[in-house]
Design a protein around this ligand. Sequence first.
Ligand SMILES: Cc1cc2nc3c(=O)[nH]c(=O)nc-3n(C[C@H](O)[C@H](O)[C@H](O)COP(=O)(O)O)c2cc1C
Length: 431
Amino acid sequence: MANLPTPPMPLPQTSPVKILTRDWHLPECWTLENYLKGGGYQALPKALKMAPQAIVDEVVKGNLRGRGGAGFPTGMKWNFVRKETSFPKYLVVNADEGEPGTFKDRAILEWAPHMFVEGLIIGCFAIDCHVTYVYCRGEFRDGPVARLQTAIDEAYAKGWLGKNILGSGFDLEMHVVRGAGAYICGEETALLESLEGKKGYPRLKPPFPANAGGGLFKQPTAVNNVETLANMPAIIEKGGDWFSSVGCPKNGGTRLFAVSGHSKKTGVFEAPMGTTFTALLNDYCGGMRDGSTLKAIIPGGSSSAIMTAEEAEWMSDFDTLKTKKTMAGSGAVVFLDQSVNMAHALANVTRFYATESCGQCTPCREGTAWLSRLLDKLCRGEGEKKDVDNIHQIARQMEQKTICALADGAAMPVKSYIEKFRGDFDALVKG
Ligand SMILES: Cc1cc2nc3c(=O)[nH]c(=O)nc-3n(C[C@H](O)[C@H](O)[C@H](O)COP(=O)(O)O)c2cc1C
């Protein structure tokens, strides 16, 4: 088990409810022994005695929204798969976590691997899946993947995986697959292509993965994020109504915020869905560093539209941020201070998308490359005034024109950074 981080960081936690980080204060919280001490694997026998549809009903009641980025209602997705009559059905886990600034799934795999494994078994039982794949990003290397594999091996040894789990008649095989390190393979259909051994190009939709013809090996497939599934033991133990009551309307439970930037504390913080950015910054992260004043907030990973300091009172749930024309995305929050020129920050973000565009769609391949070139030109002090307008215009032309959402995820920050911080761009124009 090379490259493992030493003990779990004692993370500052002020959340009134701890679901996912329940055991993280314990030394070696990832072990089976510690998971069992905290009540682990009590939800599984309970779930196996329930009707699979009753499990999905609890998930619907709990208002569990996918934590991978889109916030799609998990119960609704599972009902789509359940309604399909084609077998086999698959549950594929998206552990690609490629969005810059996002590091919360990695934390779950390293510090709560059994909570995730238990949640995944319950999810598979709910949609009648008997073979499941956990697709892990290539860069996770030995740390998270080794912890996950140990947890899976232990679950097999205890009879929680394999044939006739706990005498229920339910069989499940769980496999870990490692990607080669491509951001696009986090997009669910590119992930499925990659899992099938092909180049990670996103597929045209419909058919959607949940439907026959659109999923893994063309079979009905639920693709779910690691954090989404890790919530399942709590939903089964305490019920959907309880889970829903923890968050805010239509957004149940807590969220793991991966915070970086210029706040005093950075790291992974568990807070109820909907927690405002002001509360996240002040109550969880100890405010801004000495000498730092909040200038901007990246609310949900680098693809999300930027927020100004004045907008910090906004709630962080999927629906609120959608109405504000940004997104909760992957839960990666970056607090930026006055030292940051937003054009430089944007150039950095855009270089990532230009590198990671798979190149399948022309507006994305050409658009991200042009955006990156023009922003770098501006940052070198060689930009002209018309370049700023051109950059904005290119971003607008990339939206809604491609097979997957990578292009939109590259365009959204560009437009918002320029619209909200135009002065930073104009200040870099030559002369
Ligand atoms: C370019 C791109 C990259 C993505 N990367 C990830 C990722 O790394 N992890 C993830 O869970 N979802 C990612 N998504 C979202 C997935 O396509 C999908 O919506 C998600 O895995 C569904 O799981 P959930 O419903 O549990 O959130 C990405 C989407 C796009 C467009």
